[in-house]
Design a protein around this ligand. Structure first.
Ligand SMILES: [Zn+2]
Length: 188
């Protein structure tokens, strides 16, 4: 395969990285058939060798847009941390791996919002105790709930934001969460 890059997260996709986080995809990436960005999960339409990555001039964003990006960043960190903890709590090997991969993807989403908003660092959030989700089934139910919440967040906020680039990024990420909703559903 030829090296290429993701226009949403900006990461380079190479023969060494194409199969990262494969357990988060309905159809896995293969060396000669890349379907999703292995880092942020977006669709192949956002993967291109030559085009410029999606970027905005954060100084030109209005206060409302910055507020929404800050919220989006926090939501993704919150979910990324949930998945990291959940993968430690999960018992089944495959579920463990999927939750860890999901954590990687959600943290990458947080970094995308951080870059777009020109924020200095990812927020440090108070960590809830997730041990009440004491079976893999309960962890997946919680995961599924979070994915649905993220999708509705992106839908709602896309209507409140005026910047076309951010709207496009929200759509791309929302589609990733839709895949997550499917893979965290009906696991028993
Ligand atoms: Zn990406």
């Amino acid at each position: 395969m030829d090296n290429t890059k993701c226009l949403i997260c900006g990461m380079n996709i190479t023969a060494n990285s194409y199969n990262l986080n494969n357990s988060t995809f309905i159809n896995e990436n293969k060396k000669e058939n890349i379907i999703n960005c292995p880092f942020c999960g977006v669709d192949i339409i956002y993967i291109d060798k030559k085009k410029d990555i999606y970027d905005v001039d954060e100084d030109k964003l209005n206060a409302e847009s910055l507020k929404i990006l800050d919220k989006a960043m926090k939501l993704e960190v919150f979910n990324g941390e949930f998945y990291r903890e959940a993968s430690k709590l999960a018992k089944d090997k495959k579920v463990k791996k999927m939750l860890k991969d999901l954590s990687n993807i959600e943290f990458m989403h947080a970094k995308i919002h951080k870059r777009l908003g020109g924020f200095k660092e990812l927020p440090k959030l108070r960590k809830p105790d997730y041990t009440k989700h004491n079976t893999d089934q309960l962890l997946l139910i919680e995961a599924n709930k979070r994915e649905k919440h993220a999708i509705s967040f992106y839908n709602r906020k896309s209507k409140e934001i005026s910047n076309e680039i951010i709207i496009e990024v929200f759509k791309a990420l929302s589609d990733v969460e839709k895949q997550h909703m499917v893979i965290t559903d009906k696991k028993d």
